[in-house]
Design a protein around this ligand. Structure first.
Ligand code: PLP
Length: 405
């Protein structure tokens, strides 16, 4: 009989968003007349920028001609997109990242999950708590996380770095030696950002320990503070210890279109092996590239109109974030995030368990949120609101929440 990957059997039952969907569906079935406002899942709602759709229309037309047809493209992405990324996202900010250090992909989720392929199973992995659960679950699937303890909500071999109000949602460097460190700023779910000094401490640690930082900056477009770094590669020394994940999903509305990229510097090697070469080997074997039409759309994000339209969309969402933040604060909740991030992270009133507060908001005022406990044990006692909704609905949701606090 075939043997399955036993690690999958250790994963806790239900993925967070399936459980939310189940509770929302049950409520809607019992109360079909009630109007729900969803500030839960982190999907965007604004359409693609016009510059992007125009470029995609043009590319579709090219595909219909003998001369313009494109079959399999380079697994790493087309040169035109890798160059646009290198110039606009890095060189323009004084960061030297070359096109051949950039690997275009169909999503930061896939890349964050797949990157584990190039690392051994005996590495010690550190994650923030609360955390984007993909980092945890993919390490568990690979067998790097040990066993799951339902009571504590922790995996036996992972090192958890609590990020709570008391430490400003900033992970502290672990006392034990770790090899792989996942960092995400602006953070999902807490909305926290990291300063240059904080990231420098991580870079120095990783270089000293021969560890590798996996840096997820999927939300960098939401950074407003001029001093806040957008990339780990703005930090001296990061080229020898970090891999960065970026995505067009939240920046430019590509959640359903799918385009992202991962940066693996040429200088990054461990045990005498270049990680850029390893990732290239992994991608060329297991991945056949992002569609030409989609890459042309992503390229248009960097045109002057594309940049302006992206800025407008981001500003729209950040304004929602401000409405949520101000409203919840006025209602007496303790809130953070939402200034350089589309996520507002609030403490539940009177230390109420986060699933109870989720249920209360759903049942009493029909506002869907995400309970902090779903992101890890240290998320208990918090709730996440997302700013990706419609502006009027967001205002209405905040008024509803205020009415019961
Ligand atoms: N990284 C973080 C922290 C996210 O929150 C998300 C999506 O919610 C992703 C990555 C996934 O991005 P993509 O749509 O590019 O797969």
């Amino acid at each position: 009989m075939v043997a399955i990957n036993q690690n999958y059997l250790k994963l806790p039952g239900s993925y967070l968003f399936s459980e939310i969907a189940r509770r929302v569906a049950a409520f809607s079935e019992a109360n079909p007349e009630k109007n729900l406002i969803r500030l839960g899942i982190g999907d965007v709602t604004r359409p693609l920028p016009a510059a992007v759709t125009a470029a995609m229309h043009k590319a579709v037309d090219e595909m219909a001609s003998m001369e313009g047809f494109h079959g399999y493209g380079p697994e790493q992405g087309y040169e035109f997109l890798r160059s646009a990324i290198s110039q606009n996202d890095y060189q323009a900010r004084g960061v030297n990242i070359q096109p051949d250090e950039i690997f275009v992909s169909d999503g930061a989720k896939s890349d964050c999950g797949n990157i584990g392929d190039i690392f051994g199973l005996d590495n010690i992995v550190a994650v923030c708590d609360p955390v984007y659960t993909v980092y945890v679950d993919t390490n568990a699937m690979a067998g790097r996380a040990g066993d799951y303890d339902a009571e504590s909500g922790r995996w036996s071999k992972l090192v958890y770095m609590p990020c709570v109000q008391e430490n400003g949602f900033t992970p502290a460097i672990p006392k034990e030696k770790v090899d792989i460190i996942y960092l995400c700023f602006p953070n999902n779910p807490t909305g926290a950002v990291a300063t240059k000094a904080q990231l420098k401490a991580w870079v120095d640690y990783a270089n000293a320990q021969d560890a590798v930082i996996l840096y997820d900056s999927a939300y960098e477009a939401f950074i407003t503070g001029p001093e806040i770094p957008h990339s780990i590669f703005e930090i001296a020394g990061a080229r020898t210890c970090a891999i960065e994940f970026r995505s067009f999903s939240k920046t430019a509305g590509f959640t359903g279109t799918r385009c992202a990229y991962t940066v693996v510097p040429k200088q990054l090697s461990r045990g005498g092996t270049s990680l850029n070469s390893l990732w290239n080997r992994r991608q060329t074997t297991k991945f056949n590239g992002v569609p030409y039409v989609v890459q042309r759309g992503a390229e248009a994000v960097y045109t002057p109109e594309g940049k302006r339209q992206v800025r407008e969309n981001v500003a729209y969402y950040l304004n929602n974030a401000k409405v949520i933040r101000d409203g919840l604060q006025a209602a007496g909740l303790n809130v953070s995030g939402g200034t350089d991030s589309p996520y507002v992270w609030a403490r539940t009133p009177d230390g109420m368990p986060s699933w109870d507060f989720f249920d209360r908001l759903l049942n009493q005022v029909q506002v869907v949120t995400t309970p902090g406990a779903g992101f890890g044990p240290s998320g208990e006692g918090y709730i996440r609101f997302t700013a990706f909704g419609d502006a009027a609905a967001t205002k209405e949701a905040v008024e509803r929440v205020k009415s019961i606090l």
